[in-house]
Design a protein around this ligand. Structure first.
Ligand SMILES: C[S@@+](CC[C@H](N)C(=O)[O-])C[C@H]1O[C@@H](n2cnc3c(N)ncnc32)[C@H](O)[C@@H]1O
Length: 308
């Protein structure tokens, strides 16, 4: 708040991706109403309660139970991307040899070599390209058509790409009917899904892995909350604020913790056998360096579906 010659100037900064549409504007209007009352009606200062009633009340609608449809936001994001890889516009696409090699090693150790691999939420396809040679067939699916166009343009390997919304188990089942039981690779998708979407995603993963496939999950996981994540990579003082801004403008949701507790909730041990799990670093573009990546604290798990 600034005391200027013609009045008070009030400035609130906020991250649109963190609050429901209109909430922050309603809060600001309510706050301005209180300030005007204090200025116009000095007796207000002596009241025990401002008794805002309907004037300043902020009504927040209960969160919808159905999964938020994030497909349009992801499409807006990918449609605006001009450059991928190191030095590009896509925060998580650091093209880190170390991280790619670690993922390939995990897949070689745990995946079923006789079944295809499907990268779910493949983005521009960097990881499925690294995995393709290990398996009889490779697929990359993403909810965004622009991501899939980009993946196709960047790929010379034999990989089949398709637009699939992975939180819709019926769509995943259609793919499963075509591919059969598959190994499923997932990097950085569950942390941007809400609970309803995670539930749908887990049912899709079950359809895709069937009885013979293995599921690999790898997600950023901040011990504190999304503000820890934003403080590190995004937000006005974050290391990669310029790369986070296009995600916020597109309306992509903020990062939500995915760790041990969330794994057990959405992939319960009664249905999924845990082959491995634990902390891992995810590599993201460091705008301050041409040679090294930002290391985001993350979590990984490797699971196999128990026989029904
Ligand atoms: C953080 S990016 C990770 C991309 C890629 N896995 C990687 O690590 O390079 C998340 C990706 O998930 C995709 N995505 C988000 N929701 C999805 C959904 N419901 N179904 C399929 N893909 C989804 C986004 O379009 C985006 O490409």
């Amino acid at each position: 708040m600034f005391d200027e010659t013609d009045g008070l100037r009030v400035n609130w900064d906020f991250l649109p991706a963190l609050v429901p549409d209109g909430l922050f504007e309603a809060m600001f209007d309510a706050y301005a109403t209180v300030l005007h009352r204090l200025i116009d009606q000095p007796a207000t200062w002596d009241l025990e309660s401002l008794d805002l009633g309907g004037v300043g009340a902020v009504v927040v609608e209960a969160a919808p139970r159905a999964a938020r449809d994030t497909a349009p936001a992801w499409e807006r994001f990918w449609a605006g991307i001009e450059r991928t890889g190191s030095g590009g516009d896509v925060l998580w696409d650091a093209d880190s040899g170390d991280e790619l090699a670690w993922c390939v090693e995990q897949a070689a150790t745990h995946f079923n070599p006789d079944r295809p691999v499907i990268d779910v939420g493949c983005g521009n396809g960097r990881y499925v390209r690294a995995l393709a040679g290990l398996f009889p067939a490779a697929y990359g699916v993403d909810v965004s058509a622009s991501a899939i166009d980009r993946a196709i343009a960047e790929t010379t390997e034999k990989i089949t790409y398709a637009v699939v919304d992975a939180v819709q188990p019926a769509a995943a089942q259609e793919l499963a009917n075509e591919v059969g039981a598959a190994n499923v690779f997932v990097r950085g998708v569950l942390h941007v899904l809400d609970d309803a979407a995670r539930d749908g995603f887990a049912r899709s993963a079950a359809a895709l892995t069937g009885t013979d496939g293995v599921l690999f999950l790898m997600e950023p996981s901040y011990a504190e909350d999304s503000f820890g994540y934003l403080g590190f990579v995004g937000g006005v003082r974050g290391r990669a604020a310029a790369l986070v801004a296009p995600l916020e403008r597109a309306g992509v949701g903020h990062s939500i913790r995915f760790g041990d507790a969330e794994l057990d909730k959405f992939f319960p041990p009664s249905q999924w056998e845990r082959l491995a799990s634990g902390p891992v670093d995810l590599h993201a573009i460091d705008p301050d360096s041409d040679t090294s990546a930002l290391r985001l604290p993350g979590y990984h798990a490797i699971l196999r579906r128990r026989p029904a």
